[in-house]
Design a protein around this ligand. Structure first.
Ligand code: NAD
Ligand code: TYD
Length: 351
């Protein structure tokens, strides 16, 4: 094998697309997917490649130092692509310490084992940390996040991601561990856990349940199709410069309300409902605490240095995403059960 790569969090939403892309595109790479399988990890996301010769799954926690040391010693990783994280802002508001554990301590643990295992021999090694635009805080009507925008995280989730970014930079500067970071805007697409806005809305519309819109629905997010993010990760892993950070975004800003209305009209068509029927499900609920108003990414750097840009038109991307969730009822039904239902009650029904 030409390279052996550790991907953490590969059973989650973005991780599963990254694992699939690497396993299929690089048959001469060995891909090890380390995932704890929390509520968000779902091996069904990887059914199509689970038997590939160059793929292996390991169930485990990035907080488990001994396991990490054993894996580094067994596989002699050339690179790490680190996606494992607690990723949902609302959950971070109810359980912030879990986010500190996984996102901060877990990342520190992984960095430390990489440093110890590579033991100063950093040639052809790369530690790639996947982060979020939420570390930059909240924008007003004007402006964009650039790579040099000062960090100003405002939720326990974004604060934990910001801490992990700082640790990655500290390991680069202090120990010369070759590391890159990318900060991406909101992703959407197949396999996203239906606690996040788009799959939650699709699932609720399908089941004729209310669509909870926080506050007035005027918060703005910059949406990117998940496979475009996976392609950017591939480019940066191979061609990104150690010590650098790169912003990734969709150039695609929507208020939550406009986005949900667009989804409603696609769903009306797909479900042969009367025009406007799904919009009636829109329900305004208490706003999220500390709700960031607007995120918007300037991705000039990755565009100019590596030629990356989003490939998919949003309407097309949303339509294909809706079709995926409607065609994959089993995937959705398996998730929408048990623990998720309890969480759902706490999050929405008791508001
Ligand atoms: P996700 O919640 O869908 O998946 C996270 C995965 O990490 C799950 O498979 C889970 O089982 C695993 N995991 C959690 N804790 C773990 C631990 N302690 N040890 C090992 N595995 C663990 O998340 P996602 O949306 O795919 O996000 C992946 C990464 O991308 C995260 O780091 C997130 O901060 C970042 N990101 C996400 C978005 C987005 O829009 N979803 C945007 C930018 C950046
Ligand atoms: P989300 O998908 O949780 O991503 P993030 O908080 O990381 O941006 O939410 C996207 C936007 O949608 C955010 O402004 C919060 C809002 N939102 C709702 O209005 N209702 C919902 O049920 C959810 C989950 C989110």
């Amino acid at each position: 094998m030409e390279k052996t790569i550790l991907i953490t969090g590969g059973a989650g939403f973005i991780g599963s697309h990254v694992v699939r892309l690497f396993v299929n595109k690089y048959p001469h790479y060995q891909i090890i997917n380390l995932d704890k399988l929390t509520y968000a990890g779902n091996l069904q996301n990887l059914k199509d490649i689970e038997d590939a010769k160059n793929y292996e799954f390991v169930k485990g926690d990035i907080l488990d130092t001994e396991l990490l040391k054993t894996l580094f010693s067994k596989y002699k990783f050339d690179g790490v692509i680190h996606l494992a994280a607690e990723s949902h802002v609302d959950r971070s508001i109810t359980n912030p310490l879990e986010f500190v554990q996984t996102n901060v301590i877990g990342t520190a643990n992984l960095l430390n084992v990489a440093k110890l295992s590579w033991n100063g021999d950093f040639e052809n090694k790369m530690f790639y940390h996947i982060s979020t635009d939420e570390v930059f805080g909240s924008l007003g009507k004007e402006g964009y996040f650039v790579e040099t925008t000062p960090y100003d995280p405002r939720s326990p989730y974004s604060a934990s991601k910001a801490s992990s970014d700082h640790l990655v930079r500290a390991y680069f500067h202090t120990y010369k561990l070759p590391a890159i970071i990318s900060n991406c805007s909101n992703n959407y697409g197949p396999n996203q856990f239906p606690e996040k806005l788009i799959p939650l809305a699709i699932n609720n519309i399908k089941n004729n349940k209310n669509i909870p819109v926080y506050g007035k629905g005027d918060n703005i997010r910059d949406w990117l199709f998940v496979i475009d993010h996976a392609k950017a990760i591939d480019l940066l892993f191979h061609q990104g410069k150690a010590g650098e950070t790169y912003n990734i975004g969709g150039d695609n800003e929507w208020t939550n309300l406009d986005l949900i209305r667009t989804l409603c009209s696609i769903m009306d068509e797909r479900l042969n409902r009367e025009k406007g029927a799904s919009e009636k499900l829109i329900t305004f609920v208490t706003d999220r605490a500390g709700h960031d108003m607007r995120y918007a990414i300037d991705f000039t750097k990755i565009n100019q240095k590596l030629g990356w840009k989003p490939s998919l038109d949003f309407k097309q991307g949303l339509e294909s995403t809706v079709d995926w969730y409607l065609d994959n009822e089993d995937w959705l039904n398996l998730i929408v059960s048990g623990a998720y239902q309890n969480y759902y009650k706490d999050q929405y029904e008791n508001r």
